[in-house]
Design a protein around this ligand. Structure first.
Ligand code: NAD
Length: 359
């Protein structure tokens, strides 16, 4: 039966890069029999302009019906002065919480062809292929009570709550173990169990759940050490799993190891494998409309979608190989250009991936 994909181009460079990803999906439909139906809707600033809300009910309804969602990016200066409740980012956060997308998968992959783009020495990062699994709907970003209160002394005090139930920890650990099975079978669980009781429980549950995955090598690391190891020897990791806040910070650091924000996809999954797929970068208003944005992160997000929501791992492999091939051909968008390479725009890069898929 044909699966439904909802396309949400969003703002800024979103529509430009998503158009190239849709061409890739259409190529697989025509050439390889991929059975999917595409719908398109508004989200973010574009939705606010058209419907007065960054996540209109009609978009949410289509998102609920879809098997997978492909999102470009949201946001831009135009909407920054709006009330926080209707800012573009609320569209994204609303989708994550309404669809219960609790597992955020952030691969950090450094194609050997781009090793020079990293700020680290090529030998430290070349060939890096790490997956960070971040808990996305719990922890300190959502825990209650939270707020800023005034003390009797007149001084103000800010407070947040780091809180996880055993079931929340268990389900994200299972996602990490399942992913590790398709990779090198190693999971590093990151916590701060020496200081925070909540993550002491995290470690306890990780060990308990890990016993059900005897084929996976489970290790534990304190978050401060994990940050250090990520910049010292990142290739030691296969899958890292951690809390919402630790994952937020570590995944950004890991992304920057690769030096090319325009290359990295991401997925946010629910417990049934339904997911929202998007590049990790934002709407890049500084280059929007110029046809120079790198579409590869969005195209690689389609590969993740095929692997994690549409059960088409062979097609996912083909997209990744096609991207590898265009990099081998020396094609580069402006963000990843280096000496001796051929600079191309968004559309030419997208076309090259489609041509490689067909070859
Ligand atoms: P950004 O990721 O949009 O841009 C950072 C820098 O990277 C810019 O110089 C940009 O030109 C460049 N860049 C980003 N994507 C690129 C691509 N595909 N190809 C080439 N260069 C690329 O981050 P920012 O400038 O901090 O934020 C801009 C807007 O995006 C803000 O409104 C922010 O809130 C929003 N944002 C949205 C998301 C999302 O939709 N998931 C994520 C982050 C930021």
């Amino acid at each position: 039966m044909s699966k439904k994909i909802l396309i949400l181009p969003g703002d800024g460079i979103g529509p430009e890069i998503v158009a190239e990803a849709v061409n890739v999906i259409n190529c697989l439909r025509e050439e390889s029999g991929l059975e999917v139906e595409l719908d398109e809707a508004l989200v973010g600033g574009a939705a606010y302009d058209a419907a007065g809300h960054p996540l209109p009910e009609a978009t949410l309804e289509l998102a609920r019906e879809a098997d997978a969602i492909l999102l470009g990016a949201v946001g831009g200066a135009k909407w920054e002065s709006l009330d926080i409740a209707v800012r573009p980012e609320k569209g994204l956060l609303g989708l994550r919480s309404e669809l219960n997308l609790f597992a955020n998968l952030r691969p950090a992959i450094l194609y050997p062809q781009l090793a020079d783009a990293s700020t680290l020495k090529p030998e430290v990062v070349s060939g890096l292929n790490l997956m960070i699994v971040r808990e996305l709907t719990g922890g300190i970003y959502f825990g209650q009570p939270r707020g800023i209160r005034k003390l009797e002394s007149g001084e103000k005090e800010g407070y947040n709550t780091l809180i996880y139930k055993e079931s929340e920890i268990d389900r994200i650990l299972r996602v990490a173990f399942d992913i590790a099975r398709k990779r090198e079978s190693r999971v590093c669980s990151v916590d701060k169990a020496n200081v925070l009781e909540c993550t002491e429980l995290w470690r306890e549950v990780a060990i308990r759940t890990g016993k059900e995955y005897p084929d996976i090598e489970l290790s534990h690391m304190y978050v401060d050490n994990a940050a250090m190891q990520l910049v010292k020897a990142p290739k030691q990791f296969d899958v890292m799993v951690t809390t919402n806040m630790f994952g937020d910070i570590l995944s950004d650091a890991a992304a920057m190891l690769t030096g090319s924000i325009g290359m990295l996809p991401s997925a946010s999954l629910d417990k049934h494998g339904k997911g929202m797929y998007e590049p990790i970068h934002g709407s890049a208003p500084d280059i929007a409309g110029q046809g120079v944005a790198n579409p590869l992160a969005t195209i690689l997000s389609v590969a993740m979608m095929l692997r994690y929501s549409l059960d088409e791992p062979a097609m996912a492999d083909r997209i990744e190989q096609a991207v590898d091939q265009v990099l081998d051909q020396g094609l580069r968008t402006a963000d990843i250009i280096s000496d001796g390479m051929q600079q191309v725009g968004t559309e030419a890069m997208g076309n090259a991936v489609v041509a490689a898929l067909k070859s």
